[in-house]
Design a protein. Sequence first.
Length: 89
Amino acid sequence: MSLKTRITDDMKAAMRAKDAPRLGAIRLLLAAIKQKEVDERVELTDTDVIAIIDKMIKQRRDSITQYEAGRRQDLADAEKFEITVLQTY
C-alpha cells in the first residue's frame, strides 16, 4: 500500500470517527500532496510524499516558536497536535 493511499484511508477513518482536529491535519497534508502533483503534473512517490511531510513539520515547528513568543499557547498546542499527526507517516 502506498503512503498516499494510507493517508487517504486515515482521512476516511477520521471522518467516520468525527475526529475533526485529526481530519483537518490530514486534509492539509492531502491538499499539499495534490498541489505538488498538479504543479509538476506527476504522480508522487512515497519519498516525495515524505519530503512534503518533512517540510510541513518544519513549518509547524517554526509556527510554534512564533506562537509561543507571542504568548498564544492555544495556537501552539494546535500546531503541536498537527505535528504528532504528520509524524505518524
